[in-house]
Design a protein around this ligand. Structure first.
Ligand SMILES: NC(=O)c1ccc[n+]([C@@H]2O[C@H](COP(=O)([O-])OP(=O)(O)OC[C@H]3O[C@@H](n4cnc5c(N)ncnc54)[C@H](OP(=O)(O)O)[C@@H]3O)[C@@H](O)[C@H]2O)c1
Length: 235
């Protein structure tokens, strides 16, 4: 029986690449989105709309995916927002919204899927942090704080669920050529490349390939880790 992957934030730039990667490999895909319906990859899939800042919507989402596919083997917690502003100009509203989407939402997803995975004695959860949680970056106070929160969450969830054959890991990407990079001007992208030791933006397929390894049977010993994929920006 094929594994079922729930992709939270499948409608975004990275989510789209990740979804197509796993559709081509024949996985069952539960494709979550919020405002933009994802483009449909081939294969067995269903789409689900939910605002992950609302715990009730998350609970319903998880229930519905289990009802439709019978199980959830893997969750890729990929939704996120980024607002660029200096810390001293960040409104409470923007701060709270960043924390709500980037930290509370992934927590709600994990909270509601874990009982199911614990019953199954099996599961993989992946969070999507960012290199800026490790290095800091001017103008990203709320974003970097929320993404750093995922790192602590990963380590605690990993310890709580290790004995149940559930691994929990975080990928901390650097700068990739899809998704949020659209908000960065060409000029700034050129500047960024000068600071990236490998001298280029990351290829989103490399994130999908890393996830492919993390969810494989060969990675049962990998848990509680923050895996940097950043072209040497942070070591
Ligand atoms: N791209 C990069 O270089 C990069 C680098 C480091 C980390 N990351 C992280 O990787 C993840 C994906 O990034 P991306 O570049 O693909 O971003 P993106 O294109 O902006 O996609 C963001 C995704 O988050 C979803 N989302 C936003 N608010 C939501 C809410 N309230 N409830 C549910 N879903 C919500 C969006 O859904 P809708 O569009 O349907 O509203 C979309 O699917 C993010 O967590 C980001 O922080 C990206």
């Amino acid at each position: 029986m094929s594994k079922t992957i729930l992709v939270i934030g499948s409608s975004g730039g990275l989510g789209n690449v990740i979804s197509h990667w796993f559709a081509e490999k024949g996985f069952n895909l539960a494709l979550h989105y919020n405002k933009h319906e994802p483009t449909v990859p081939a294969g067995n899939h269903k789409k689900y709309k939910a605002d992950i800042t609302d715990e009730n919507q998350v609970q319903q989402l998880i229930k519905q995916v289990i009802a439709d596919f019978g199980k959830i083997d893997v969750v890729i917690n990929n939704a996120g927002i980024s607002k660029s502003e200096m810390s001293w100009k960040t409104s409470a509203e923007n701060w709270n919204q960043s924390l709500a989407v980037n930290l509370n939402g992934p927590f709600f997803v994990a909270k509601h899927v874990l009982p199911h995975m614990r019953t199954n004695n099996s599961g993989r959860i992946i969070f999507m942090s960012s290199v800026v949680a490790q290095t800091g970056f001017i103008g990203t106070a709320a974003y970097s704080a929320s993404k750093a929160g995922l790192i602590g969450l990963t380590k605690t969830l990993a310890k709580e669920n290790a004995a149940k054959n559930i691994t929990i890991n975080t990928i901390a990407p650097g700068y990739f050529s899809a998704g949020m990079i659209r908000d960065v001007s060409e000029e700034l992208q050129e500047e960024l490349k000068k600071f990236i030791p490998v001298g280029k933006l990351g290829n989103p397929n490399e994130i999908a390939a890393l996830i492919d390894y993390i969810i494989s049977d060969n990675a049962s010993y990998l848990t509680g880790q923050v895996i940097g994929l950043n072209g040497g920006l942070h070591m």
